[in-house]
Design a protein around this ligand. Sequence first.
Ligand SMILES: Nc1ncnc2c1ncn2[C@@H]1O[C@@H]2COP(=O)(O)O[C@H]2[C@H]1O
Length: 468
Amino acid sequence: MEVCYQLPVLPLDRPVPKHVLGRRGAICLTSSPILFGGPAPRQLSKRRGAISYDSSDQTALYIRMLGMSASHRKHTLKTPTVITYTHMEIGQSEAEQPVRSVLSFQKNLHSSHYSRNHTHATHHTLDQEYIGQAKCLLRKVGSWSFDIFLFDRLSNGKSLVDLTLHLFIDYGLIKLFRLDLLKLRQFLVMVHEAYRRQNPYHNALHAADVTQAMYCYMQEPQLSESLTSCDILLGLLAAATHDLDHPGVNQTFLIKTNHYLASLYQNASVLENHHWKCAVSLLRESGLLSHFPSEDRQNLEERLGSLILATDISRQNEYLSQFRAHLDRADLHLNNSQNRHFILQMALKCADICNPCRPWHISKLWSHKVTDEFFSQGDSEKRQNLDVSILCDRNANTVAKIQIGFISFVVEPLFLEWARFSDTPLSQIMLGHMTSNKYKWTHLPQEDLRESTQSTSSKTLPQGGLGP
Ligand SMILES: Nc1ncnc2c1ncn2[C@@H]1O[C@@H]2COP(=O)(O)O[C@H]2[C@H]1O
C-alpha cells in the first residue's frame, strides 16, 4: 500500500532541525532516495576479505577461541527472504526435541504464553503500564550506569519490549514513520518471545542491554548531530533483534553437529544470518512497515542485515582495521550516508560487547552469565564426545581468566578506537570501568569474585515482588 506522507518536507540527507522534532534531533521522513533507495552501503555489495585468522596476534587468537574457525569462513550476504524457521533445540537429538520444534517460528510465537496473555495489553502505551519505579528508572535510560537487571525485574521480565517502545516514543519515531502503535508493540513482543529465555546470556535481557547501550552511543554529540531518522530507526531495530533466536551455542558447535543452519548459510556468519532473517521475518509478519514503499522496505531490510552481520565477532579485526584506517585518515564525515552506516555498525559492535565497560556490579553479572553459557556448551560437547571448545571447558577455565583475555584482546582494542572517534566523557567512563574491571578480575581472590556475583539490583526489589 502506498502511503501518503503528510509531514512537512524535511531535508533527507541532513539531520532535522531540532525545532521540528522537539526533544530529539536527526529525524526525517522515509521514502528518501538517499536513505532508502540510494546505493547499498559498500559493505553490502562487497564480498569480505579474510579475517586475520592466520595472524599470530593474540587478538585473532582470542577471537578464534570464541568459537570461530578460519576454514568455515565464506561470507555472502544473502538476499532477504522470508524463511519459516523451526526451533531446533541444539544439542538434542530429533527425538528429544520438544513438540514446539515442529511448529513454525511464527506459530510458536502466536501460541506462546506471553502473546496470549498480553494481547489486550497492547491497548496501553508503555507509560500507562509502568509501575512507578520502572517509569522512574526509564528517565535514566541515557545513563551508562543504567541497571538493566533491575529494570527487567521492575518490568516483569519484559525490559526489551518496554525499553525499546519507550525509545521509539521518545525519539518520536511513531509519528514520523506513521507507525501503528499496536503493531509496534506486537512486533516487540514477538521479538522478546523469539529470544530463548533458557540461555544464560544470549536472551532478551542481553538484547535490551545492547539496545540501551546503542541509545547511549546514538546520543553522543557526533552521532546525535548527524544521524537521520532512518539511522535511528535502524539502530534501535538492529540492537533489539541482533541475536534473535540465538541457540546458546556458537557457530563452531553448529558446524560440528551438522546443524541445518550451518548448511543453510554455508558455514559463514551462520548465527548472524539467522538473527537477521528472523528479524526480517518478524518485521514482515507484524506488518510494522507494511505502509512503506516496497523499495524503502527492502533497503531497510538490507541495511538491517548489514548491521546485524557486523556483530559477527570473527570479523572483529576486519572492522577494526577499517575503523583505524578511517581514523588515521580522518575521513569519516558523517554527512555521508555510507560513513554514517559504518559508524552505526561500529556502534552496534561496541554495544554488543560493552558489558566489560559497565560498572563492576553489572559487568560481573554478565561475565558469569556468558561463562555459564560457554561452559554449558562445553558440557554438551563432552556428552557428545566432541572436541571441547577452548573457552567452554569448565575444567580448564575460570571466569576471571576468560574476562582478562576477552577484555585485553577484544574489548580494549575496539573501545580505544571508539574513544578516538568519540572523545567524550562517556568514552572515558567506559574505558575507566573496563580498566578497573580488568584489574579486579586480575587481582581479586577467586573467593571474593564468587561472593560478589549477587546483583545489587536484586537486593533493591520491592517486597512482594512484581510478578514472575
Ligand atoms: N564478558 C564476556 N566475556 C567473554 N566473552 C564475551 C563477553 N561478552 C561477550 N562475549 C563474547 O563476545 C561475543 C560477541 O558476539 P556473540 O554475541 O556471538 O558472542 C559473544 C561472546 O562470545
